[in-house]
Design a protein around this ligand. Sequence first.
Ligand SMILES: NC(=O)c1ccc[n+]([C@@H]2O[C@H](COP(=O)([O-])OP(=O)(O)OC[C@H]3O[C@@H](n4cnc5c(N)ncnc54)[C@H](OP(=O)(O)O)[C@@H]3O)[C@@H](O)[C@H]2O)c1
Length: 333
Amino acid sequence: MNIAIVGATGNVGRKIIEVLEKKELSIDNLYLVASSKSAGLKIKFKEKEHEVFDLENFDFSKAKITFFAAGGKISEKFAVNAAKNSIIIDNSSYFRMDPDVPLIVPQVNPEHLNDIKKNIIANPNCSTAQLVIALKPLHDLFKIKRVVVSTYQSVSGGGKAPMDELIEQTKSVLDNKKVVSKNFTKQIAFNVIPQIDIFSDEGYTKEELKMTNETKKILDEKIDLTATCVRIPVLVSHAESVNIEFEKPFSLEKIHSLLNRAEGCEVYDKREDGGYMTPLESEGKNETYISRIREDKTKKNTINMWIVSDNLLRGAALNSIEIAELLIKKING
Ligand SMILES: NC(=O)c1ccc[n+]([C@@H]2O[C@H](COP(=O)([O-])OP(=O)(O)OC[C@H]3O[C@@H](n4cnc5c(N)ncnc54)[C@H](OP(=O)(O)O)[C@@H]3O)[C@@H](O)[C@H]2O)c1
């Protein structure tokens, strides 16, 4: 199996390389691709230095599967052509709502892999991926009517540059120097920003609309979801405060056991000081952690919970590779 990664020098690309190293996929050749500025750079994979190729003249027929992780504009410009010769797993938002492109979280809707029409498969937004993994087992049993979610998203969700900027801004504040925001709409150090991506006419940001639309496409069109997405000064992992209304009555014991048994989920909920997961502790872990599960006594059949997961892993690299694993199984019959 020959594999290519477009955006191999970025946050998600590097994570894909890291996860591929640990997986048992047999890879004959790995092609690393990025912009002309990175061409010639060497990145280690399985003890061997791999040269980075310039996207502009990369031949996609070399790779059976190509991961795209270089942003929507690059996917828009290169993925359709690349898909003539390679199966594309795209991390950007560009194809996610295309009806001819399946949007997949392997633990939730693997059957959508049968709907490939353009040789392109989309990977969801990082906040959506961790949310639907936790919603799926509950929806199967109690039927979700409505979800109200507020996110606490780390700066790595925006790429490598915002991570560097958070560190720079933090140093500037501590050194009493002037803070200049380049990748954020306001100062992020020692602050929180209730805007991720651009605003729509209705006042929701694009990130918030992505959560609504992608959850419907992956899990169930009938689920109503409203979101408030917030950037916080944390490097990696996203947290979400989630209120879920079911059609059917539930018991908290059943919810605990369903979530604990669900693939990709782990309940960490001790109802004591520190008995919950935080972004820092979830960094580098594959699981989606669920804490603070409690009944919302103000509304019938409703619960509150706290979901935490590594956005670069679960929300991007790991999910993409799990899609590739499903695909390889399908190809090999
Ligand atoms: N971060 C997350 O949590 C997350 C989760 C889900 C999906 N995603 C999506 O994944 C994609 C990548 O995100 P990221 O966080 O990895 O971003 P990033 O750290 O900013 O990396 C961007 C990558 O794209 C490459 N690139 C930029 N312009 C290019 C060009 N003109 N030609 C070829 N390559 C180019 C960069 O290469 P150079 O180093 O050569 O510039 C770099 O490898 C985005 O679409 C993002 O929305 C991210």
